[in-house]
Design a protein around this ligand. Sequence first.
Ligand code: NAD
Length: 509
Amino acid sequence: MTAEPQVQPAASDVLESVNPATGEVIGTVPITDEAGVRTAVARARTAQPGWAAMPLPERQRIMRRLVRQIVDQLDTLAALITRENGRPPLEALTSELLPAADLAMYYIRHARKMARDERLPLHLFPQRRSIVHYAPIGVVAVIAPWNYPFLLPFSEVFTALMAGNAVVFKPSELTPLCGQVIGDLFKAAGLPIDVLQIVQGDGRVGASLVQAGVGKVSFTGSTGTAKKILKLAAETLTPVLCELGGKDPMIVLDDANLDRAADAAVWGGFMNAGQTCAAVERIYVDKRVAQPFIAKVVERTKQLRIAQGVAGHEDDFGPMINERQRAIVDRHVADAREHGAHILTGGKRPDGRGGFFYEPTVLTDVPQDRPIMQEETFGPVLPISTFATDEEAVTLANDSVFGLSAYVFSENRQRAMHLARQLEAGSVLINNVIDSYGAPETPWGGVKQSGIGRIHWGVNGLREYMEPHHIMTERIRPLRKEMWWFPYSARGYRRFGALVRFLFGRGGR
Ligand code: NAD
């Protein structure tokens, strides 16, 4: 399949999309050169005011048509996600298309309320009226990863557009066809021409886009790339929203429902072959229940059905995205083994399969200071360690440069809440894993090196793509001039001194 780009770039080369289950090339797209990136931004800038001026009901109508397009093409889209990213079709549906449609409908339904000006009553100046008017930023660059090639870019492109911006979107170079299909869906829904531009290519194209004069960069990807983008953006003080990597801990307390915890660990660690930013990347289990918990995790891991080639409906587990990612898993597992870890299942590439498969792997006795416990592995490995007290569990969980999500399993809600409040993470889920991304009412983002800014979170998600403009006016005809304007005098000083003492001094208001 060769997708048609919306911006006809001066293509010097093409990007090949590879099916990670087979290594087969499944399509190509032209790479956008630097001039093409600048043209895309210029066109988006020209188109944006018209889009922002379009009455909200009309914008909502277009976006409703967009959701219908997704529903009408559900099976084709799920199949494309499976072929380009490797995840099983059910996951493509539940973890990409369903939350994408839901997020869109959520913002379509609530856009009117959210786009309203906000009134700010002023306690010191009751005679004045202050409002915050939220204006679109202008052109937003969306730079996306490959691991959720539909949901993540779709959500950011959608929200930025809904807020009245034009968008220039660069999909990951590993999933250009999913990127292209997002553009096609918006086009088919009737989005005005040029409001959404797609540019294709690797990090060099991303870097050109950051420097092409956009109003904001919405970046989802690795922490390493974010640091490069932030340096580039510093030149022009362009704001950058960063949704980055994680090393999410799961804590299993001695009073946890071990069956649920084991099922959650296996799904949270191995769905999308462990290539989820909020994947369970390390587990800390109370010593008292470690043995039965680990046995359950191993048993369930062994039951996972690994796809033979492209994943079908009865497969639980697909390939990793490419050799580069698989090599990281090899390195982390080999290092852990050398430092005393025991591999209870997996720990290697499966025999006789093409593509980039790696067996779902469970390890124990993993030293806390090794890369498998400290760096983002982003693959199908579950390293498990034990703790003796709740305090130790918190210390181990917080021993990370990352802070995206964290998970606590306990039947005692108060105890779990007490731990949750101490964990350094953007989201803590109690007795669950990963899926708070799918709740657009809740904030999504990380602390420490897992991110800057928050998406979703109801109105705040829309406002990430808007500029707050404060407007202040007088309710009643004002005096000729304010008392603190020129000319200054000793009498004026005494008057204001008395006012400050009256307002804030001992015995004041
Ligand atoms: P990546 O950082 O390698 O690439 C992400 C995007 O940035 C790609 O489109 C890439 O082409 C582009 N890029 C690379 N170098 C660039 C540069 N110098 N300037 C501008 N753009 C550049 O990440 P990836 O491997 O595609 O994705 C996996 C990472 O994303 C993991 O770390 C994962 O945890 C993270 N992630 C985070 C979230 C979240 O919501 N926090 C969600 C999904 C993935």
